[in-house]
Design a protein around this ligand. Structure first.
Ligand SMILES: Cc1cc2nc3c(=O)[nH]c(=O)nc-3n(C[C@H](O)[C@H](O)[C@H](O)COP(=O)(O)OP(=O)(O)OC[C@H]3O[C@@H](n4cnc5c(N)ncnc54)[C@H](O)[C@@H]3O)c2cc1C
Length: 503
C-alpha cells in the first residue's frame, strides 16, 4: 500500500522549501521529496554549501550539481549547473538576493496574471525577509526567515567600482530591493558572516520535528501518477507515493522534465522522445528565458582583490539600454576575485584576471528545453536562444560598452588593466559571440497565463491545465525571467504558492 499525504512537494529547492514549510504551518501533512542529499542541520552541511565566498558546489562533478547539458546558438556546448541538494540552487549559488522589480510584476500581471501584480506580492516579499539594513522601512520585512545583508568594507577594487559609477554620473541605488530607479549600489545577499543561508537552512531547519512536515533526501521523482484526469501521487526511485495534491517545485529544468516524462507537453515532441501523450500542453519547455552573459577581463594590481574567504561580490550596476522595455535591463556585476579562486577557494596565481559580468536582463530571444528520451535518467537539453535577435545583440553591445567605459575610469586606473574590447559593431558582435555564456537563470518552461494563451501551462494559481490536483511552483511558471537574478523571486513563488493553496 502506497503512503498517502495531503500534499507531496517535489524538489526541496529555493521555492519548494518555503512552500512545504508554509503548507505544514497551515496544517497540511506535507511530504517534501528531494533527489539530492538533505542536510537537516545546516551547521553540519558540507563546507562548500555553506561558504558563500566560493561556488565550489557548482562545479562539474560535484554531487550537489545536476550539471546539465546546454547548447548556445551556433551549437557551442555549455554546462548548466543546478542545485541537487536540499535548498536547491539557493544552496550552491552566489547569494545575490535581489527582488523582482515592480516592472517585472507589472509584466506578469499584464500577461493575464493579476494575482501576481506588485501590490499583491509585496506582503510575501516582506514576510520572507529579515533585511538587516532596511527591515524597519515600509515595504520591507525585519523578521522573515531569509536574512538579507549588504557588504561592508570590501577590498580596494570594491570601493573603486562604486567611485567609477559615480565618475560616469550613474545614479546611486542604495537599496536594490526598494523598487527604486536603477543605478549602482551594494548587492543584497542571503549571506551572514560569510555563510550562505539556503532556503533549507531558512525554512526547513527551524521546522525539524514539525509533525506536518516530512523531508526525504535521495529520492528522485520519476513521473506524476495521473488517474482519470487527476494527479494522485508520484512514482519515485523509492516506490510510489500518493497524495491529494502534487506540486512540482523541481526547478525550471526539473519540473518541465517531469511534466514531459508524465506525458504532459507538446504532442510531437513527446512522441519523438517515445512518451505517450496524456495531455497536449504545447507550452511545456517552449519559449523559456534566461539572461545572456559575457565577461570583460580586468587584470588587477596585487592587493586590490578579495582575499580567499572574502566576499567576491560587493556592488552591482543596473542601467537602462536605449528604448529599454523595463528599467535597468543591463546588469554590470564585477567579481572581485579571479574565478580560479571563486571556484576552488584557493588564492589564484598573481596576475590572474577578474571578470566583470554583463548580463542582458530582458531579451526578445527565447530558448527551449528538449526532452532527450523517455528514460528519466537521460538529461534534457537546454537550447538557448541567446542573442539570435538583433534587438538583443544591440543591447548587449550597449552593456559591454558601458562596462568597458567603467573599467577605463580614473577611479579604476591605478588598480589594474582592462582587457581590450573591439569598437566596431561587427567586431564587437563577434567578440561577444566568442565569450557568450548564460547566467543560469532559466525560467518560463511551464509558464502561467490565462486560458486564452495557448502557451500557458498553468493558470495564475499555478494549477496545471488539463490535470486536476497538480501544480507547478518554481521559476518555471514565470511568464519571463525577472530583470534581476531570480533566486529571491523563487522564494517569493514558494511563499505565494502557499498563500494561493491555503486560500
Ligand atoms: C551556480 C548558480 C549560481 C546562481 N547564482 C544566483 C545568484 O547569486 N542570485 C540569483 O538570483 N540567482 C542565482 N542563480 C539562479 C537561482 O539560484 C535559481 O534560478 C533559483 O534558485 C531556482 O529556484 P527553483 O526553486 O526554481 O529551483 P531549484 O532551487 O533549482 O530547486 C529545484 C530542486 O528540485 C530538485 N529536483 C529536481 N528534479 C527532481 C526530481 N525529479 N525529483 C526530486 N527532486 C528533484 C533539485 O535537486 C532541487 O533541489 C544561480 C544558479 C546557479 C545554478
Amino acid at each position: 500500500m502506497a503512503e498517502h499525504w495531503d500534499v507531496v512537494v517535489v524538489g526541496a529547492g529555493t521555492a519548494g522549501c518555503p512552500l512545504a514549510a508554509r503548507l505544514a504551518d497551515a496544517g497540511r501533512r506535507v511530504l517534501l521529496l528531494e533527489a539530492g542529499a538533505h542536510h537537516p542541520d545546516p551547521a553540519a552541511a558540507p563546507a562548500e554549501l555553506r561558504d558563500a565566498a566560493t561556488l565550489r558546489a557548482a562545479v562539474s562533478g560535484h554531487p550537489a550539481n545536476w550539471d546539465l547539458p546546454g547548447l548556445l546558438p551556433g551549437g557551442r556546448e555549455v554546462r548548466v549547473p543546478r542545485g541537487r541538494v536540499s535548498g536547491g540552487s539557493s544552496a550552491v549559488n552566489a547569494g545575490y538576493f535581489v527582488r523582482p522589480t515592480p516592472a517585472d510584476a507589472a509584466g506578469w500581471a499584464a500577461a493575464g496574471n493579476d494575482l501576481w501584480a506588485w501590490e499583491r506580492l509585496l506582503p510575501a516579499l516582506c514576510r520572507l525577509e529579515s533585511d538587516r539594513e532596511y527591515g524597519d522601512r515600509p515595504g520591507h520585512g525585519a523578521d522573515g526567515p531569509v536574512p538579507v545583508t549588504r557588504p561592508t568594507g570590501g577590498p580596494p577594487l570594491a570601493c573603486a567600482f562604486a567611485a567609477a559609477a559615480e565618475e560616469l554620473g550613474l545614479p546611486a541605488e542604495p537599496d536594490k530591493n526598494a523598487g527604486a530607479p536603477p543605478g549602482y549600489g551594494p548587492l543584497p545577499r542571503n549571506v551572514v558572516d560569510g555563510v550562505r543561508i539556503s532556503t533549507a537552512a531558512a525554512y526547513l531547519a527551524p521546522r525539524r520535528g514539525h509533525p506536518g512536515l516530512t523531508v526525504r533526501g535521495g529520492v528522485r521523482v520519476l513521473r506524476v501518477l495521473v488517474e482519470r484526469g487527476r494527479a494522485v501521487g508520484v512514482r519515485t526511485t523509492a516506490g510510489d507515493v500518493r497524495a491529494d495534491e502534487v506540486v512540482l517545485a523541481a526547478g525550471a529544468v526539473g519540473s518541465a522534465h517531469l511534466l514531459l516524462l508524465s506525458g504532459i507537453g507538446p504532442p510531437d515532441r513527446l512522441r519523438t522522445a517515445g512518451v505517450d501523450v496524456l495531455v497536449a500542453a504545447p507550452g511545456v519547455g517552449e519559449e523559456c528565458s534566461d539572461h545572456p552573459l559575457v565577461y570583460l577581463p580586468f587584470r588587477p594590481r596585487a592587493g586590490t582583490t578579495a582575499p580567499p574567504g572574502g566576499s567576491p561580490l560587493d556592488g552591482v550596476l543596473h542601467a537602462s539600454s536605449a528604448g529599454a522595455e523595463v528599467p535597468g535591463d543591463l546588469e554590470v556585476l564585477p567579481w572581485l576575485a579571479p574565478f580560479a579562486q571563486v571556484m576552488t577557494g584557493h588564492a589564484a596565481p598573481e596576475g590572474e584576471v577578474v571578470e566583470v559580468g554583463v548580463g542582458l536582463q530582458r531579451t526578445a530571444g527565447r530558448g527551449r528545453l528538449v526532452l532527450a528520451a523517455a528514460d528519466p535518467a537521460a538529461a534534457p537539453v537546454v537550447e538557448y536562444g541567446h542573442l539570435v535577435e538583433e534587438a538583443d545583440r544591440r543591447r548587449m553591445r550597449e552593456g559591454v560598452r558601458l562596462a568597458a567605459e567603467l573599467l577605463r575610469t580614473r577611479a579604476l586606473a591605478g588598480l589594474g588593466e582592462p582587457g581590450a574590447v573591439p569598437a566596431e559593431d561587427a567586431a564587437l558582435d563577434a567578440w561577444i559571440r566568442d565569450r557568450l555564456t548564460t547566467a543560469v537563470h532559466l525560467s518560463g518552461t511551464a509558464r502561467m497565463g490565462p486560458e486564452s494563451d495557448p502557451g500557458a501551462v498553468v493558470d495564475q494559481e499555478l494549477r496545471v491545465r488539463g490535470v486536476e490536483g497538480l501544480r507547478v511552483a518554481d521559476t518555471s511558471v514565470l511568464p519571463r525571467v525577472t530583470s534581476r537574478g531570480p533566486a529571491a523571486t523563487a522564494v517569493l513563488i514558494g511563499e505565494r504558492a502557499a498563500e494561493l493553496m491555503v486560500g
